[in-house]
Design a protein around this ligand. Structure first.
Ligand SMILES: NC(=O)c1ccc[n+]([C@@H]2O[C@H](COP(=O)([O-])OP(=O)(O)OC[C@H]3O[C@@H](n4cnc5c(N)ncnc54)[C@H](O)[C@@H]3O)[C@@H](O)[C@H]2O)c1
Length: 443
């Protein structure tokens, strides 16, 4: 069928989709596509996640997700452990499994390869044309060098002729994942062939966003470059912030001053304890590793990582200099790697809490969403509070690590000594009583 005719047919058609891997990206993709009217099955090997999703309960915390699940489960979205029936009944299958780092920083494609093999075997039995879409972040070249050969080998079929292949990177931010997915700045479609790309462009027809069509490895590279750029901005402002601290300058005023320059812009120049989460650290490391593999030195990206890894130590050094930590009762406010999520992966709170424990502090921590995940990181080495009030009761120091909006106004009246360290520039100092000693990280 000519491509434009195919397009006309697909534009008016809501599709049947399966999404493999129902974590942060997979579940948001599945819920978002169902909200747009597509019929979606999300698949995971973790039965407890599947049961929760089918019950309309999000297995992760993300603002607005519960409301969407209430709307789309079970009419538009079903969850299942049965990959075969999901793929066989779909026109499009998304791969959204994790791509962690290996010890040397290189990308670990174990889950992507495993799922590609499983999907390939199922494709061998498929009667109709299906497009396989890689949404997991994978290093440039991986779809061509790993995913397609595995799909072809296991199915006995040919990419481009019997099934389609697309690389469609995801740019959502945890904490704003629903709005980012539903109203993206752009949709990048890297395709093996025009037909595959046309199907996915029509799948996104209801999203009012510019579409960029590229080849597979360019789409992969765009994702890494976006994350490397954002990580660079954070390390840049953190390094400037550390200089500002020594010069008695507030880096947030500096950021405002440079952000008004349209060539620079105001976004992503908020100094703090460093970037974390499941993406920036692992993706920059994977890009650096790939660059070395192909003989390119990465002085800048290596420094971005080094500045980031050092930032919790900069914070601990300041804390040690300003406060006596041995035996001190310390309230840690915020454990998630950023506000709006329960995700503790690579959270700067982890080295900060470990460092405070090493100094002999007695820690009570509070986070509105991440306490359950925090328990698996710190166990019973710290106490957990259900509110700021409970965390700071009797404390000699409170340390804000995550920029949760509720930390803008803090009631520190129960503290034994009212000393506050703010690593996020989030606390409204104008509302703090005069007897609170305030110290900022880079201001
Ligand atoms: N988290 C983010 O903010 C974000 C943003 C953009 C891109 N990404 C990328 O998206 C990918 C997924 O990230 P995530 O944070 O959603 O990961 P995650 O760990 O939250 O979810 C991965 C899911 O895949 C499931 N899974 C593993 N093997 C499976 C299999 N064989 N069959 C079915 N399910 C299987 C796991 O049980 C898990 O639920 C990664 O490549 C990541 O880099 C993540």
């Amino acid at each position: 069928m000519p491509v434009d005719l195919l397009n006309v047919r697909l534009i008016s058609t809501l599709m049947r989709i399966s999404v493999v891997g129902s974590g942060y990206v997979g579940l948001i993709t599945a819920a978002g596509m169902a909200e747009k009217g597509h019929q979606v099955v999300c698949v995971d090997v973790d039965k407890s996640k599947i049961d929760m999703i089918n019950a309309g309960e999000p297995p992760i915390y993300e603002r607005g997700l519960k409301e969407i699940l209430d709307h789309v489960v079970p009419s538009g979205l079903k969850a299942s452990v049965d990959l075969e029936s999901a793929v066989l009944s779909s026109e499009v299958t998304f791969i959204c499994v994790g791509t962690p780092s290996d010890d040397d920083g290189s990308i670990n494609l174990k889950y992507v390869k495993e799922v590609s093999g499983q999907i390939g075997r199922i494709l061998g039995r498929a009667k109709s044309y299906t497009v396989i879409v890689v949404k997991s972040t994978i290093i440039p070249g991986s779809t061509e060098e790993h995913v397609i050969p595995i799909l072809e080998r296991e199915s006995g079929k040919k990419a481009g002729a019997d099934f389609g292949v697309v690389m469609n990177p995801e740019f959502l931010r945890e904490g704003a994942a629903i709005e980012d997915f539903m109203e993206p700045d752009r949709i990048v479609i890297g395709s093996h062939d025009a037909r595959s790309g046309d199907v996915i462009e029509s799948l996104y027809y209801k999203f009012k966003a510019p579409v960029l069509r590229v080849n597979l490895r360019t789409a992969e590279m765009i994702k890494y470059t976006a994350n490397a750029m954002l990580a660079t901005k954070i390390s840049f402002i953190n390094e400037v912030g550390n200089i500002c601290k020594s010069l008695d300058v507030d880096v947030y005023d500096v950021a405002k001053g440079i952000g008004m320059d349209h060539r620079i812009g105001p976004h992503f120049i908020s100094a703090g304890p460093g970037f974390g989460g499941s993406c920036f650290p692992k993706d920059v490391k994977a890009l650096v590793h790939k660059a070395l593999e192909v003989g390119v030195e990465t002085r800048l990206l290596g420094s971005v990582l080094a500045v980031n890894e050092a930032q919790p130590s900069v914070m601990l050094k300041l804390l040690k200099t300003k406060f006596r930590l041995k035996g001190a009762k310390v309230a840690v406010l915020g454990l998630a790697f950023k506000a709006g999520t329960d995700d503790m992966r690579e959270s700067p709170a982890t080295p900060v809490v470990e460092g405070l424990l090493k100094e002999g502090a007695d820690i009570t921590a509070y986070d509105p969403e991440a306490l359950e995940n925090a328990r698996s990181v710190f166990g019973d080495r710290i106490r957990y509070a259900k509110s700021v009030k409970e965390a700071v009761a009797g404390a000699q120091l409170a340390v804000v690590v995550t920029e949760w909006p509720e930390f803008k106004t803090l009631d520190l009246s129960g503290m034994a000594r009212k000393r506050l360290f703010d690593a996020r520039h989030i606390v409204n100092r104008d509302l703090l009583p005069g007897d609170v000693e305030y110290e900022g990280l880079c201001w």
